[in-house]
Ligand binder design. Structure first.
Ligand SMILES: C[S@@+](CC[C@H](N)C(=O)[O-])C[C@H]1O[C@@H](n2cnc3c(N)ncnc32)[C@H](O)[C@@H]1O
Length: 270
């Protein structure tokens, strides 16, 4: 890091501290713990049995589609994403589903989503490149704009009621991913799923941002974030957020049973 970068990083730290000194101090205490976790994972050794089984045709329709797609509009995805998609998105198959993919490129993924979710779905594509308008048809609407521009999202939200599935495969910078999440999470309907792809590299800033969200999911104070968000999942290069379909019950940890050891006092409910 050169002097200019160091000064800019210090300035960001100073600003963050002056905004919320208490929060800043708490997070600072996590730094050694994060270093420990990094060290542990870097030196981790475990040999699993060799030979991941090949996926059988019919096991994952998205994977089958991708494997059989050898001609036509290009699709560019990491192979391991297909299991993640199917795990989190299968519940929408055949249903009336509004899907938003940020990053269209050669248009093949728009066709793949349509084939997977079925005739009742509508696909919204967003790209910064004007040329992507050509992918518009009766089941695909294309919006041209910069995903890092909050005004662009305001305009999008004026035009599109709500969406069920968001896949961020756009420019992949942390700033773009953060703005997109902040602008669009509330616009994803209850029960909806947010996916961000290509969060590459250690110490990725968007990954750090998402860890802050996990912090708040673990909060012992009820928050609207906690009642809207069901779960946050990390995969290699990928983040998935599932939203609750309905307002969940207040989080509670009741004790069941009549025979208790004297040595452990769980204070959560006391
Ligand atoms: C990795 S490609 C998308 C691949 C496509 N989803 C697929 O599965 O084949 C990334 C796309 O994001 C677009 N893009 C880059 N920066 C963007 C931005 N700031 N806002 C919106 N789209 C952007 C690029 O023009 C490009 O078409």
């Amino acid at each position: 890091m050169n002097l200019k970068h160091s000064l800019s990083a210090l300035n960001k730290l100073r600003k963050s501290h002056s905004k919320q000194p208490g929060l800043f101090k708490q997070i600072l205490h996590s730094v050694p713990v994060i270093c420990n976790a990094n060290r542990f994972a870097q030196s981790y050794q475990e040999q699993l049995p060799n030979g991941a089984p090949l996926k059988q045709p019919g096991e994952n329709p998205l994977w089958d589609y991708f494997q059989n797609h050898t001609q036509g509009h290009g699709i560019w995805k990491w192979e391991h994403y297909f299991d993640v998609y199917h795990r989190h998105l299968a519940k929408f198959v055949g249903k009336k589903t509004d899907v938003l993919e940020i990053g269209i490129y050669s248009g093949g993924s728009l066709e793949m989503w349509r084939s997977y979710f079925g005739e009742k779905c509508h696909i919204y594509g967003v790209d910064i490149e004007e040329a992507c308008k050509e992918y518009e048809n009766n089941y695909v609407s294309v919006f041209i704009g910069d995903q890092e521009n909050r005004a662009f999202w305001n305009d999008f939200k004026d035009k599109v009621d709500g969406i069920d599935v968001l896949i961020d495969d756009g420019g992949h910078t942390a700033a773009q991913q953060q703005v997109t999440l902040e602008e669009m999470l509330r616009h994803i309907r209850p029960g909806g799923v947010y996916i961000c792809e290509d969060i590459h590299g250690t110490h990725n800033r968007f990954s750090a941002y998402a860890s802050g969200l996990v912090d708040q999911l673990n909060s012992m104070r009820d928050s609207q974030f906690q009642s809207a968000v069901h779960s946050i999942h990390f995969y290699p290069y990928m983040l998935v957020i599932e939203k609750h379909a309905v307002q969940p019950k207040k989080l509670n940890a009741p004790k069941h049973g009549t025979i208790w050891q004297p040595f452990f006092k769980n204070t959560i409910n006391e």
